[in-house]
Design a protein around this ligand. Structure first.
Ligand code: ADP
Length: 746
């Protein structure tokens, strides 16, 4: 099907042709044939890079340009939402039939808002969680949504993120019975089941724009699925490096999926050593620039230094422990071809689009405490394979598993290369997962009786797969919990949420977290300190990642707990002499998590936190973000329950957690470009308030470490007060040092 013949506005065709699209890929043509532009519900299950996004773009534009309503584009991750937002920008100049330009918005953050301003936009790109929170806030514009695109629908099977997606789809369908749904998925076995659930047709394909060669390496040979094989020269003493070098020599890049973060770092190190022998001076120069960018953005840690050392030689690693700014730099450098070998944990396969000619799945096993070792799913393996082959750059992609013996090679062939991906199974049945959704269904008025509640949940994918009874049998226990904790109440048969219940639903926290916080606020502590609040939020099931003690650390943590015995806003469990008590282990983890947060707000460096607690920057950032949200929730609940005196200390603490500072520099944090390190530098130089800065001379400011001229100017602009232009000119001529990282928030 040619772009010229598409049943879509000429202005869209023009943009597609400018981008070099001439005809549709087969899965795209299938989706159009199935009626995606005529309003039909479709589940499109096809491999990564098979062009699903264009199908979504066409469906969205058709709806919006024809004035049929808004489109909501759902993604499971913020990074993916940003990626889609960027991709949609090329359509921002298009005109609707009413002559107005198409307006596109992205929304992911703050969950406690209805964001009515989004009603002014035609296309809203949101994470699943944000869409859920908007539904909880009853955002009015949601009823104008005529098309929802649900991206990465295979995540329905994931315990963490699947249930939210499932509930959001169910709810959106209730809000608008004419809603069109386009669900995009990796290839799965039961796409037809998902389709049947939402009244859609399923399209399942294995088509890829770049052909894929799947194989297993064993004893210097890669055996491919098509019967061919390739001999790998043993050069480095390490098979994974040898296979990678083979591809690099032919101008390709290698992506190595590892089981753990530690092995990603180690494999990156090994790759750097191997590449150091062949890197040209020109390549080295461009790699050193990438390394320099890592060194000059964000705080310096042992991890970022290791990364920079590897990058300087054309290798690197990518995992969730890295600072997000560093991950972005690596992704960009890999796309630019500067990094030749990148070792990554599986999070990369589920996240941003980063293909390479060669993908090596270095381990087909995972380890989880409590479960032991288990093999990865075929679906996960296929996700890795999906990253093999760069469209436009590579003629083919290679995905290789590594076997130690011939028996293992045969097993890997059978269990992965030749295997079909698993079916998707809903995970909504887990109590912890279901409970908040039961509360929000009542709080938002989607159900007003127990029957109504059963009716709502009977429309979920879980009920489709397991039957409606499977959910209603769990309901009684949950309703009794929510009733006992005064989040819901009955008037005869009518079921409503209390103010507490409604607020908990809107705050987007687990009802159990809300109960812990509420009880803590009432109980208080003999000696109420920052630690008290930090421990309180560290107890909630929403905190993540909770930091568990390392071996031999229990005693130290028990001593901290004893020292701070009067600061806990809960009962302190007794240590059971000599016997293992999981409850006590959890308590120590709460203490440790609170201790990490306390260090953070004492301005302890990220590197010290990494060394002292083994908490990597990426995890620290996530912990900070969630803690910030829980402290906000605590503040809101303090308001609701009339603890007026606690609002201020909680608000102050929240700001400090957000920025990672002591109280004295808080006034300076309002300035853009000033994070905790620079705020401290300003403070040390005697600038303690915005007023002080108003009086400061530019040369004084720019002489402060890490401030520099450009930022000094920006600070002065924000602080107000006159700046004489001659003064700036003079400064500019005397010092124009390297200030590229100035606007990163140090
Ligand atoms: P998916 O969403 O299935 O992972 P994408 O939509 O990201 O795949 O498409 C992969 C790449 O293919 C993108 O770079 C996109 O620009 C390109 N592409 C998509 N459709 C076409 C087409 N019909 N012709 C040429 N290139 C296309």
């Amino acid at each position: 099907m040619n772009v010229e013949d598409l049943p879509i506005a000429d202005q869209v065709k023009r943009i597609l042709k400018e981008k070099g699209y001439e005809s549709l890929y087969p899965p795209q043509a299938d989706a159009l044939d199935a009626g995606v532009l005529a309003g039909k519900n479709i589940v499109l299950a096809s491999p990564t890079a098979s062009g699903k996004t264009l199908v979504a773009e066409l469906a969205v534009l058709k709806k919006v340009l024809d004035g049929q309503g808004k489109a909501l584009y759902l993604t499971p991750l913020r990074a993916l939402a940003s990626e889609k937002y960027e991709e949609f920008q090329k359509y921002s100049k298009l005109e609707k039939t009413n002559g107005r330009q198409v307006r596109i918005a992205i929304t992911s953050g703050d969950y406690d808002r209805s964001d009515e301003h989004l009603g002014n936009y035609d296309i809203v790109i949101a994470t699943n969680e944000k869409a859920d929170s908007l539904l909880r806030h009853k955002a009015k514009w949601i009823s104008d949504v005529a098309l929802v695109v649900a991206d990465e629908v295979h995540l329905l099977s994931e315990a963490d993120r699947g249930p939210t997606l499932e509930v959001v789809i169910t709810r959106l369908r209730k809000v608008n019975s004419n809603l069109q749904i386009l669900a995009l998925s990796a290839t799965v076995r039961n796409a037809a089941e998902v389709a049947d659930w939402i009244g859609a047709s399923a399209i399942t394909t294995e088509w890829r724009p770049v052909p894929l060669r799947e194989g297993v390496f064993c004893q210097n040979e890669i055996h491919f699925r098509d019967g061919s094989s390739k001999t790998i020269q043993p050069i480095t003493g390490n098979a994974i490096m040898d296979i990678s070098l083979d591809t690099i020599r032919q101008g390709g890049q290698a992506l190595l999926f590892t089981e753990t973060r530690r092995s990603a770092v180690e494999m990156g190190r090994r790759a750097a050593a191997v590449l150091s022998r062949s890197i040209t001076p020109r390549e080295k120069r461009s790699c050193e620039i990438v390394a320099h960018r890592i060194r000059t953005s964000g705080e310096k840690t042992r991890l970022s230094e290791t990364l920079a050392d590897e990058l300087a030689l054309g290798a690197g690693f990518h995992h969730a422990g890295l600072h997000s700014a560093h991950r972005r730099i690596i992704e960009e450098a890999f796309r630019d071809g500067k990094i030749k070998i990148l070792a990554a944990t599986p999070t990369l396969a589920a996240g941003v689009n980063l293909p390479a000619r060669l993908v090596i799945i270095t381990s087909h096993e995972r380890y989880e405490a409590g479960y032991g070792r288990y093999p990865i799913s075929v679906l996960e393996y296929k996700q890795f394979c999906g990253r093999a082959g760069r469209p436009k750059y590579d003629e083919y992609g290679e995905a290789v598993l590594v076997a130690r013996t011939e028996d293992e090679r045969d097993a890997l062939f059978e269990n992965y290369v030749l295997a079909e991906p698993e079916r998707l199974w809903s995970k909504l049945g887990v109590e912890k997962v279901l409970r908040p959704h039961v509360l929000s269904t009542i709080a938002t008025g989607f159900a007003r009786t127990e029957e109504g509640l059963r009716d709502f949940f009977s429309s979920t994918f879980y009920a489709y797969q397991y039957g409606s009874r499977a959910i209603s049998s769990r309901m009684a226990e949950m309703l009794s919990y929510l009733g006992k904790e005064e989040m819901i109440e009955y008037y005869g048969r009518e079921l409503t949420a209390t103010r507490f219940g409604r607020r908990v639903s809107e705050l987007y926290i687990d009802p159990v977290s809300a109960v812990i916080i509420r009880d803590g606020l009432y109980r208080r502590a003999a000696n109420l300190t920052e630690f008290s609040y930090l421990h309180l939020i560290a107890r909630t099931p929403d905190i993540a990642p909770r930091v568990y003690p390392r071996r031999g650390e229990d005693e130290k943590l028990a001593a901290i707990a004893a020292d701070r015995a009067e600061q806990f806003m809960c009962e302190v469990p007794d240590e059971l002499e000599g016997s293992f008590d999981p409850g006590y282990e959890d308590f120590l983890a709460e203490v440790k998590t609170a201790a990490v947060l306390l260090d953070w707000i004492q301005e302890t460096s990220e590197d010290t936190i990494l060394n002292a607690h083994r908490v990597e920057p990426g995890d620290l950032m996530r912990l900070v973000q969630i803690s910030d949200w829980l402290l906000y929730s605590a503040q809101e609940l303090a308001e609701l329950f009339g603890h007026k005196d606690l609002r201020k200390p909680l608000g102050q603490l929240r700001l400090r957690v957000e920025k990672g500072t002591k109280a004295d520099v808080v006034p300076l944090l309002a300035l853009q470009g000033v994070g905790r390190v620079r705020a401290r530098a300003l403070h040390n130089a005697g600038f303690k308030t915005i007023e002080d800065l108003r009086e400061a001379s530019p040369s004084e400011l720019s002489a402060i470490p890490l401030i520099g001229m450009r930022l000094a100017k920006k600070i002065k602009e924000q602080a107000g007060g006159l700046i004489k232009s001659e003064e700036w000119e003079e400064l500019r001529s005397t010092r124009d040092e390297t200030e590229q990282s100035l606007l990163t928030e140090y």
